[in-house]
Structure formats: C-alpha cells, structure tokens
Design a protein around this ligand. Structure first.
Ligand code: NOJ
Length: 594
C-alpha cells in the first residue's frame, strides 16, 4: 500500500489561529451535554417506555462517561402524538414518565453528581389537547381564546381553501379546518395553522398573553432548579406579516435541499459554511423572534448561577444563526451545518472555520453535534454512500442499507474529531455505544407522524429512537425489567449493550470515556484552535492544534504516517503498526501529545 510522505514533527506546527476563546467562565461555554430521549433511555416501571426513574437509575453511567450536563427531551403531559413535542400541560409530567416528585429526584441525583440539567421547551405549538386550544375550539371566531393560536378564515367564496399554501414539515397541508359552528362568519369555519402535525397547533406569538404564559413556564422550571432550556423550533415562532404564500417546501431536517443535492464528495463547499441545513420561507427566521429571546434572557438573569438557553434553529448561513446567540439573547445554538456536513476534509474545515468566525463575532460558544432524535444516527449516516437529502430523516428496509463497518469507523473518527473542537458538544444517547439506527423497522411499529402524513414516503425518525441496550442478551437487552421495548431493537444491539463495552479496551464506550477525560484534563473545550499549517489545505486530512493536543483526522484512502516521536493519546481505530513508522489508517482520527 502506498503511504503519504511521513510528516515530521515540524509538519505539525501551528498555522492560522481559527478560534480564540472568549475568556468567560460560564459552564455551558465548553460543556459536553448528553441528550436523553426519555422514552428510549431506560425503563423504570417495565411498561416498555423509558421514564424519569429510569433516567435516575442510569445517572452513574453518565457520570462515568464524563459528560457535564444532560438535556432531556420532553416529559410533559402530552397525548404523545409527536413523542411529547405536543405538550398538553407545560407544568406537569406525563404519567408515562412519572411524576413531578420523580423529576425532582432525578434533578437532585444529577446535581448531586455535578451534572447540570437542561429541559426542553416547546413554544412554537402546543398539543391540541392543551386547555387553551380546547377553549379556542369552543369559542367564537375572533374571540380572545382564538387569538392565542393562528386561526384564519379560508380563501375562496366558501372559505374552503386553506388561508395560504404552506405545507406541514411532516407532510400535507399546514392548515386544518374546524367543524362548522352556528356563529361562524360568512365564509364558514376557520382554519388553524400547524407547521407540524394537525395535533400541534401553532401558538400566536404576537399575542402578549402567550409571551406572559411562557415566561411563567420558564420560571416554573427555573424555580425547580433546572440549569437551562433547549428551545424547540426556535426559528419558527414569528411568521411573516400577512402569512404570504410560499412555493418552497421544507422537511424536518434538510431545509430545502432535495435528495442527492449534497453529494458527499462535492468539493464545492459554499464559503459561508452552508450545507443545506437551513429552513427558508415566511414561517422561519423572522426578525421578530429575537425580541422573545431578549425577554427570556432577562428572565434567566433573575436567577443565580449560569442558566442557559439553547436554540434548535435550522438556520443558515451561520451568520444568521449567530443572531440567536447575541449577548442579550440565547446562549448556544445547535450547529446543524456541522451535523449535515459530508465526510470531506475541505468541507469540514470550512464549516469549522465559519462556525468559529460567526459565533466568536457575537461572543457565543460554537456547538458541535453529530446525532439527535431527529436524524439518522451518525453510525448509520456515515455508512451510506451518500449523505444528504431525505436519508437524514430515516432509513426504510427498502432503502439502500448502510455499510455497518464503514459507518462505525467513520462515526468514531468523526466523534473524536468533534470532541477535539473547543466549544460545547452535544452527544445523543447511545452514540457512546456506537449504536446504529434500526434501518428495517416494519411499518406496523412506526410511530413518527411524518411517516403517516407522507403515506410512508418518509420512513420517519423512529429508527434513531430505539430503546437503549444496557445488558446484552437480557430480555429487551436490559432496557427495563420486563423485556418490553416500545420499538423493537435490531439484533446487533445485544453485542453493543453497555455492559459488553464497560472496561473493554477499544470499545466505543471506552473511546468516548477516554476522549472526554482527556478533553477535560487538557482543557480542550476552552482552548485556542489553530490549523496545522502543513496540512491546512490537505484534501484528505483535517489537522488542528488545541491546548496541548494535535488532532489528526484521516479522511483519505491512504494511511497517514505519524512522526517518529508522536505520542498517541487516543485513537478512533486500530493504528497501522506493520512497519517502524506508525500510521493512521483511512477514516481514523488520533489525538497526539502536541
Ligand atoms: C423539533 C423536535 O426536535 C422534533 O422532534 C419535533 O418533532 C419538532 N421540533 C416539532 O416539535
């Protein structure tokens, strides 16, 4: 096999400084935050659905792993039409997940272990079972109750055409018409807007009552002691005046990019770092959203400690995303441009460069994320020939299946690269075990509304939401006491279970643990970052220096020979030691003592 010319130690010297830390000390600036998706994390009561006692029982796993904080997806009272992102009561726990006392116990347990806790806030829409929506249905058109949501008369003489042509992100029209009432106006029953499922009516954020209510909800959870909020659809709450028609279409994760538009090998990275992760249109990224976040910032400032707001905003270019984290607004925003970037050295460097330049300009930490509950896990994504298009949303049994070995190798390499980047990083439960998606879920078990609203054209996101394996080979791989799991686990989950990886050299779990330990010890999160000069334009290698560490990710086909005196701190895969000079194989990342 041919090898690239061996770099010498000089070859790893620092080049351009890409990022200098702000020098502030809030915990969230460099935190590694672990996403718990409660229904699939651990089941405390044996009903097959994870719950808060289950989370509490696994806090030691998180502590051992070495993360700083936990973000929990919604556990509020909800009919679960969108797995809890349809909230019926923002101040209570759904019986599926436990009680407020269970929440307090989980929070105390986390805080007792030095872990911060962030909860999910879903302000763009409520459930149709929320008391406000029920009141709106019972009230007359034009009433104060209807003013809390986005009700409009229909178009056409009989009002039987929707108020505009917007499509729901889950498929189908974004408007649903009410049943007729006696006091309907001349054009008959009104319609209500739902950017997501019919059961998720959009709230009217132009109405001061809505703003007051959510400030009270923030205080309710801040008073209980939470450390922050992840804000759902943070770019969607204000719609363009007049709700103009829009010809574009968005789906859950890939903005307006159609399948295949972002081939993994496309060398032409836009200079603004865009990857197709942005949602466009009159329902997104309107200037009016920012006043909401300024008021929330003020609410958080009333509380001691460094509480934070994290934006889930699919906004590009990154200079637009940076507006959400200006000093008086939110504190962090998920970096979906990084998540959606292809496995390509030049494109990754561009996203990293632009992420730092845009976030540093507003004094906010850059975040990094590779997986969450809305996208195909990166182990499966990187095993696909092409990343982009709807493959991010889910993989069906009839789709081309990922190459499992390639996917895991690249995913581990991508993770080690990500954890070497200063700023804050998000992990999604199970990625520390190297879990792939379930890519062959039968239609009968699917639950994601996007599957139903597109008549199965979109497989939906269930594949990345499969219950975690804790004890390999036990019923349900130890998810709970009864073996029940609300979605079936793929066979491979037995071998990937947590207990089969604890203490096992080379396991994905031990790689994550080692990297997190080093990240903390070396203070990587708060470090300056410089590209390694000699490799700054390499088509195959992403190489940078952070703190006392050199991170080298080899994305090329050829092994990369290390300097003779290189001290390897952690590697994402086996190194090539077949000759005197150690080499980093294809799709492998190493951290070296710098
Ligand atoms: C984003 C959430 O992450 C997703 O799971 C949910 O379906 C939508 N927002 C709607 O709340």
């Amino acid at each position: 096999m041919t090898r690239t010319a061996p770099p010498t130690t000089d070859d790893l010297s620092a080049g351009a400084v890409v990022h200098t830390p702000a020098g502030n000390s809030e915990w969230w600036r460099d935190a590694v935050i672990y996403q718990v998706y409660p229904r699939s994390f651990a089941d405390g009561d044996g009903d097959g659905i994870g719950d808060l006692p289950g989370v509490t029982s696994k806090l030691d796993h998180l502590k051992q792993l070495g993360v700083d904080a936990v973000w929990l997806s919604p556990f509020y009272r909800s009919p679960q039409k969108d797995a809890g992102y349809d909230v019926a009561d923002y101040r209570d726990i759904d019986p599926l997940f436990g009680t407020l006392a269970d929440f307090d116990e989980m929070l105390d347990g986390a805080h007792g272990r030095g872990l911060k806790v962030i909860v999910d806030l879903v302000p763009n829409h409520s459930s149709d079972q929320h008391v406000w929506f029920q009141e709106a249905l019972a009230a007359a058109p034009g009433s104060a109750a209807r003013e809390r949501y986005m009700f409009r008369d229909g178009r056409g003489p009989a009002g039987d055409e929707p108020p505009n042509n917007w499509q729901s992100i889950f498929g189908g029209a974004a408007w649903t018409r009410l049943e007729p009432r006696e006091d309907d106006g001349p054009v008959g029953p009104q319609w209500y807007l739902h950017l997501f499922d019919t059961s998720q009516p959009d709230l009217n954020w132009e109405n001061p009552e809505v703003r007051e209510e959510f400030e009270a909800v923030l205080r309710f959870w801040l008073d209980r002691g939470v450390d922050g909020f992840r804000v759902d659809v943070a770019h969607g709450m204000i719609k363009a005046a007049g709700l103009p028609d829009w010809e574009g279409q968005v789906s859950m994760v890939e903005g307006t990019v159609a399948e295949g538009d972002v081939p993994a090998t496309d060398p032409g990275a836009p200079e603004d770092g865009s990857t197709g992760a942005g949602h466009n249109g009159p329902m997104f990224d309107q200037d009016g959203v920012h006043e909401i976040y300024r008021s929330w910032h003020r609410v958080l400032e009333e509380y001691p400690g460094d509480r934070c707001l994290v934006a889930e905003a699919w906004v590009e270019p990154l200079s637009r995303l940076a507006r959400y984290v200006r000093p008086d607004e939110m504190h962090q925003a998920f970096n979906f441009s990084f998540l959606t970037a292809p496995w390509d050295a030049a494109r990754l460097r561009t996203v990293v460069d632009v992420s730092y330049s845009t976030m540093d300009a507003v004094d906010a930490p850059t975040t990094w994320v590779l997986s969450n509950h809305d996208v195909v896990r990166h182990v499966s994504r990187f095993g696909l020939a092409e990343i982009g298009g709807r493959q991010l949303n889910g993989i069906a049994a009839t789709d081309p299946q990922p190459d499992a070995e390639l996917g895991l190798r690249r995913a581990r390499a991508a993770t080690l690269l990500m954890l070497g980047l200063p700023g804050s990083a998000y992990l999604y439960q199970g990625e520390e075990l190297g879990l792939p998606d379930h890519t062959a879920l039968p239609a009968e078990v699917r639950q994601d509304p996007s599957f139903f609203r597109t008549d199965g054209a979109e497989p939906g996101r269930d594949g990345c939401r499969v219950p975690l394996p804790w004890v390999g080979g036990a019923p349900g791989n130890g998810f709970g006491s009864t073996g029940k799991t609300w979605l079936p686990q793929p066979d491979v989950y037995a071998d990937l279970a947590a207990d089969r990886q604890y203490g096992v050299e080379g396991s994905t779990y031990e790689m994550y643990r080692t990297a997190l330990e080093l990240r903390r010890a070396e203070k990587v999160g708060g470090s300056t970052l410089s590209w390694v000069d000699a490799l700054a334009d390499s088509p195959d290698v992403v190489a940078f220096r952070v703190a006392g560490v050199v991170v080298l990710a080899n994305l090329g086909a050829e092994p990369l020979v290390l300097p003779a005196d290189a001290q390897v701190l952690v590697a994402s895969g086996d190194l090539d030691t077949s000759s005197d000079a150690v080499a980093v194989p294809s799709d492998t990342t190493v951290w070296l003592r710098g």
